[in-house]
Each structure stands twice: as C-alpha cells, then as structure tokens.
Design a protein around this ligand. Structure first.
Ligand SMILES: *Cc1c(COP(=O)(O)O)cnc(C)c1O
Length: 410
C-alpha cells in the first residue's frame, strides 16, 4: 500500500475507489506482492533444487491458489477439502503435500486415491499405512525435532509437548515399522512454528533431520516447513530470508554430498507469501468518546479477522479517507458482542464516521479464519491482478447463513 498525492493506492489502484466499487468490509489482495514474495523466497535458496509448497490454510481462495500455481508453487494442505480445492485450481495431485493431524484413517485412504503426497505424523497411523500400502505407496514422515520456534507457545508447534509430528527420539521405532512393512519413505518433514527470525532454528532442526536421514535411504526430498517471520509493525525485526537461505543452502549441499544424492529442498510458506499482500477495509460506524478512550467502532470484528484477539497480534491500521488529517489516539474495535479490539491506543489521522480504515497484514489467517459469529456475513474478497480489481469471492448474505439450517415444525 502506498500513499500518493491522490491518496492510498494498492497495485496502482486507488483503494478508496475499490472500497466504493465493492463495498465494505472487504478483503483486498495485491497479486503483484504475492508473486514478488514467492520469488524473493525462492531466489533466497538458489543453488539447490528448492520447491515451495504454499501452505494454503493461510489464504485458501481458489484464485490465489491459481496465481501461485502459475508461478510454479506446489501446495501444502491440511485437509482433503484444501487438497481438492488445489486440484480444482490446476495443481497436479503429485504437487500437493497432505499434512493432516489427528484425522481418521479413511481420509488418508482418500488422499492416497487422489494421488497426494502423504505426510504421516503419528506412529500407529504409520503402521496402519504400512499394512495397507507398504511396498505400494511412498510416504513422507513428519518429525518433531523438539525445537521451540518463535517463543510463543500458541504458534510454536515443534516443542516437546506439541501434538505434531513423531518425536525425533522415536526414529528407531519408525525404522522398525518402515522395514517391517516395506514402506518407501520419500521425504522427511519438520515444521516448528511461526515467527522464526534466523537460520539457527532451521539449522538446528535440519541437523537432526540430516542425522535421521541415515535411517532412510530412499529419500527424494527434505521439507523444512515454514515460519518465516514477517513484518507487522514499523521497526519489527523480520526474517532475513537471504541470509537464512545462504546458510541453509550451504548446509543442505553438504548433507546431500554425504547422503550420496541431491535431494529436493522443500519449504511450506504461508504467511510469508500472502500476509503483507492483504488488507481488510472497514467502515467506521461510530466514534465513541468514553471517560478514558476514544473508540472507533467499525463494521467488522473478530468474525472477520481473529488474529488480534486470538494471538494478541499487532496489525497496523491506516485511515484511508483522511490521509492528511491531524493525528489522534483511538482504540479501533469491532461490532461483535465481545471485546473485539483490532488495536489499542493507535495514532490515526482523525477518524470520522464513514471513513474507511485499512487493516494491514490481513492476507494470512484473515479470511481463512473468519466465521459467521453473531450471524454476520463474511466479507467479499478482491484481488488486484494486472492493474484491475477482480471480485474473487462474493459477499455473503443472510440466505447464505441460513442455507444449511433446518426449521423444525413446532
Ligand atoms: C501453518 C503451516 C505452515 C505455514 O506456516 P506460516 O507461518 O504461515 O508460514 C507450514 N507448514 C505446516 C505443516 C503448517 O501447519
């Protein structure tokens, strides 16, 4: 998003004009930014055969999936529904990694039938997989290297008590199952969580995976997951992906040499690809002065963007309608009957009823975590692609909310 003499623009388009055309609340994504993010990350790992599997739970709109497919991405999916959306968007099943957790085995069967790459993260599931598919269908194994990423237990999924992955200490057990059933293990996987700043977390995990690789002679790829920290506010320290890339590439090359074969290196970025490309545009309904605070109440809430309330995440907010107005302090809150605060004590250009605010970093885990709480419809989604604003999801309405509800005769 850029501030020009004519106001705020995104992808070269006037954002207020976009809000006027499609209404608010509105999710707006800049395709150019997503494409740039993809190539920045891919280029950071040049020197090895790197593949990016977009973790599409971050933003699952089929048009976003198509956009990344065009750039050469694969997909990381956590449900059959995500995988099927990916296939519909044009991905080959063989480009789609299926990394579920605690699902019923029948879904793994369906994933095998679809031809997805299966990632197994639990021992009894591996045994069952072996007894049905051993010698026939390969699988990847999700290991838990027990590394704390990001320092926040909500977003760290590789620590000792995490429900994800098979402990790195259980590799001998994995090996026994694999040998017994003749399972071909084609990949090793780890994903330690979000907000990783430096190469150290990846390298510590990588080292453990390299060691484990000695037990699996048929590997084709290593998947180091994701968690690249992105910028949420001015002054935020962010992942230096070029530096991380150079260090990991060097260590991976060395590993391949000792393994005896060049493997593919995979990552599964979600946030890094889409977070800064998305904005949630909202309308100011009320400016309410209380004894201590000035609230700006908007036509959205935790039903549309949950991260500030769920993770205490900071999302920068700008007033698009009054870019030169005098700064005042506001708490920006939603219209849901909960304390759904988007931002405390923010300095914004003076906010008036009817102004449009833009909430930043709404590309990742924004729409995809939204709900119909308070029976509110979810926003429309628009993608700015080739200098035009395209509607990529219609706004919901009451009919949508009622469509699966059945009225009992009483
Ligand atoms: C959520 C998730 C990702 C993406 O994480 P980001 O922090 O959005 O990059 C990657 N891999 C797996 C297995 C995930 O669950």
């Amino acid at each position: 998003m850029e501030l020009t003499s004519k106001g705020y623009t995104l992808g070269g388009l006037d954002l207020l004009g976009v809000a006027k055309e499609f209404g608010s609340p509105l999710y707006v994504y800049d395709a150019n930014q997503i494409v740039a993010n993809y190539h920045q990350l891919k280029n950071a790992f040049s020197g090895v055969d790197v593949h990016l599997k977009y973790a599409c739970k971050a933003l699952t709109n089929i048009s976003i999936l198509k956009l990344l497919k065009k750039e050469g991405a694969g997909l990381d999916t956590v449900s059959l529904e995500e995988a099927r959306t990916g296939i519909k968007a044009g991905y080959e099943p063989s480009e789609i990694l299926f990394t579920p957790n605690c699902i019923c085995f029948d879904e793994i069967r369906q994933a095998v039938e679809l031809g997805l790459i299966i990632n197994i993260d639990e021992l009894s599931t591996l045994e069952r997989f072996g007894s049905e598919y051993g010698g026939k269908v390969p699988c990847c194994i999700r290991l838990n290297p027990h590394i704390m990423a990001g320092g926040n237990s909500h977003i760290s999924v590789g620590h000792i008590d995490s429900k994800f992955g098979i402990s790195i200490y259980q590799v001998p057990h994995i090996k026994r199952i694999v040998e017994n059933y003749g399972i071909k293990v084609n990949g090793l996987h780890m994903h330690t969580g979000s907000d990783i700043l430096d190469a150290d977390v990846f390298l510590r995990g990588a080292k453990l995976l390299y060691e484990a690789a000695n037990s699996f002679p048929e590997l084709e790829f290593m998947d180091f997951g994701s968690g690249f920290k992105v910028k949420y506010r001015e002054g935020d320290v962010t992942a230096d992906v070029e530096k991380i890339g150079a260090e990991i590439v060097a260590s991976f090359k060395e590993f391949c040499k000792s393994y005896g074969r060049d493997l593919q290196l995979w990552f599964e970025p979600g946030k890094f690809l889409v977070s800064n490309a998305g904005f949630l545009l909202v309308d100011v309904n009320v400016v309410k002065q209380t004894t201590s605070t000035v609230f700006a109440g908007v036509n959205s809430g935790q039903n549309h963007l949950l991260r500030p309330m769920m993770y205490g995440a900071y999302h920068h907010i700008d007033n698009l309608s009054n870019p030169t107005g005098t700064d005042r302090i506001y708490s920006i809150v939603g219209y849901i009957c909960e304390s759904d605060t988007f931002g405390f004590d923010r300095r914004l250009n003076e906010v008036r009823v009817g102004d449009i605010l833009a909430i930043h970093n709404a590309g990742a885990y924004g729409f995809s975590m939204s709900s119909n709480y308070n029976s509110r419809p979810r926003p429309a989604e628009v993608m700015i692609y080739k200098k035009k604003a395209h509607l990529i999801r219609k706004r919901e309405d009451l009919d949508y909310i009622l469509q699966n509800q059945l009225e009992l005769d009483m």
